[in-house]
Ligand binder design. Structure first.
Ligand code: GLA
Length: 380
C-alpha cells in the first residue's frame, strides 16, 4: 500500500480510504500564559497521531485505537452528547462540534495509532482532535477556516474532556508550519511563524516518564487563581497587568495570587526575550530565558515535579545545553532543551546516564525538527 501526500486535503469527498496524520507540539516558552491572554511559542514535532480511515455505507463511526482493547462506536445519525470514558471523549467532542454546525458526517471505520506518547505534555489530545477534524473534513469534502477548526477542537476538550484548556495546543497543531515555531498572541489571536534554528542548535525533548495525571484538577485551580488575581488587580487579564507598574501592584495581592501573577507577567517578558534571542542566534540569552521559565514554573506557578526539576538540574551540568525547562501543563511529562547540534549524541548520553542514576529509570528522549501541521495521505 502506497501513501501519497495529498495537496488539497479536504477538497473532494472520498469513496476510498485515506490516512490522516496530526503532529504533537512542544511549547518552547510562554507556559500557562495562553489563558491569561499572553504570548506562547509552540512548534509541532515529528511525533504524531495517525488515523487510517475507511468509509462505511451506514452512519456509524467505529473507532479502534491501537492502545485500547475495545472499539468505540458512535451513531452519527444522532447528536453526540458524550464520548464515554478515556480517549474516546476527544473524537466524540470533535464529531459533536461538526454536527452542531449542521454537517452530515458519513459513517467510517478508523484505526488510530500513535508515535506520540499520551500524558507526556506533548499534546496528544490536540493531535487526536485535529486528526479527527481533518478526517471529518476529508470525508465531507469541505473544510472550516483554520481558526474555527482550532476553536471547535478546544471546545471539544472543554465540554467532552472537561479540561478548561487555553487555545495554545489546538492553534499550535492547526497552524504548524515545517521549520517554524508559532508565536501566538492569545489576546487577539494574531500570529507569526518564527524560523526555527539553523543547524547549529537543536531542540531536544526528554520524557520524565511521569504521566501528568494531576493536571486536570490542578490546571483548573491555576486558571481560577489567575482569574482571581486579575479580578483583584481590576484588569481583564494578567496580560493587562504586565503593562503597568506590576511589581508594586502585586504587593496588594494574597500570596498565592501574587506568585501566580508574577509567573505570568515575567513569563511574558521571557517569551519576548527568547524570540528576539532566537532571531539573533543568541543561544545563551535564549537558554537563560528557558531556565528562568522553569524556575518560575517551579517556584511561583508550582506546576513542576521532582523528576522535571531533576532533568533541568542535570541540564545545567552538561556542556552544550543552552537552556532547558518543563513544557506543557506540568506535574510530569517532558522537558525541552536547546542544545548544540554537534554535541547532541554526547548530551543525550549524559542526560540518560545522570537521570538513570537519579531516578533509577531510563528517560526516553529525541531530537525533533519543527514539523508541519495535519495532513492527508491518500491510499492508492
Ligand atoms: C496545557 C493546555 C494549554 C496550556 C498549557 C500550559 O497544555 O492545554 O492550553 O495552558 O497546558 O501552557
Amino acid at each position: 500500500m502506497l501513501l501519497q501526500r495529498d495537496t488539497s486535503p479536504a477538497s473532494t469527498s472520498r469513496a476510498t480510504g485515506f490516512t490522516v496524520v496530526a503532529p504533537g507540539r512542544v511549547n518552547l516558552i510562554g507556559e500557562h500564559t495562553d489563558y491569561n491572554d499572553g504570548l506562547v511559542l509552540p512548534m509541532a514535532i515529528d511525533l504524531s497521531i495517525q488515523i487510517t480511515v475507511s468509509p462505511r455505507q451506514d452512519r456509524l463511526a467505529v473507532l479502534q485505537s491501537e492502545c485500547a482493547s475495545d472499539a468505540v462506536t458512535f451513531d452519527l445519525s444522532r447528536v453526540l452528547v458524550t464520548g464515554g470514558k478515556d480517549w474516546a471523549c476527544y473524537p466524540a467532542g470533535v464529531l459533536a462540534g461538526y454536527q452542531r454546525l449542521g454537517w452530515e458526517i458519513p459513517g467510517f471505520d478508523a484505526l488510530i495509532s500513535a508515535t506520540l506518547p499520551s500524558g507526556g505534555g506533548l499534546s496528544s489530545s490536540a493531535a487526536l482532535e485535529l486528526a479527527i477534524a481533518t478526517l471529518i473534513e476529508t470525508l465531507c469534502g469541505r473544510s472550516l477556516a483554520f481558526e474555527d477548526k482550532a476553536l471547535l477542537c478546544q471546545r471539544a476538550e472543554h465540554e467532552f474532556a472537561r479540561v478548561p484548556c487555553g487555545i495554545m495546543d489546538q492553534f499550535a497543531v492547526t497552524f504548524a508550519k515545517a521549520g517554524h515555531a508559532l508565536l501566538l498572541d492569545c489576546r487577539d489571536r494574531s500570529m507569526r511563524h518564527v524560523p526555527m534554528l539553523c543547524g547549529e542548535v537543536s531542540v531536544l525533548i526528554i520524557n520524565s516518564g511521569v504521566k501528568h495525571s494531576l493536571a486536570g484538577s490542578e490546571y483548573s485551580q491555576r486558571r481560577a487563581q489567575c482569574e482571581s488575581a486579575a479580578k483583584l488587580l481590576d484588569v481583564s487579564s494578567l496580560r493587562q497587568a504586565s503593562d503597568g507598574d506590576w511589581k508594586t501592584m502585586l504587593t496588594a495581592l494574597p500570596l498565592v495570587e501574587q506568585k501566580r501573577a508574577r509567573h505570568v507577567i515575567t513569563e511574558h517578558e521571557r517569551t519576548m526575550t527568547f524570540v528576539a534571542a532566537l532571531e539573533q542566534s543568541d543561544w545563551r540569552t535564549a537558554g537563560a530565558a528557558m531556565y528562568g521559565s522553569h524556575d518560575s514554573l517551579r517556584d511561583d506557578f508550582e506546576v513542576s515535579c521532582a523528576e522535571l526539576d531533576a532533568l533541568v538540574e542535570i541540564a545545567h551540568t552538561i556542556p552544550g545545553v543552552h537552556g532547558c525547562r518543563m513544557t506543557g501543563g506540568g506535574f510530569g511529562g517532558c522537558v525541552v532543551a536547546l542544545i548544540e547540534t554537534a554535541r547532541s549524541p554526547q548530551i543525550m548520553a549524559e542526560f540518560r546516564q545522570a537521570y538513570r542514576k537519579h531516578q533509577g529509570v531510563d528517560a526516553e528522549m529525541f531530537v525533533t525538527r519543527a514539523a508541519a501541521g495535519p495532513r492527508v495521505m491518500s491510499l492508492s
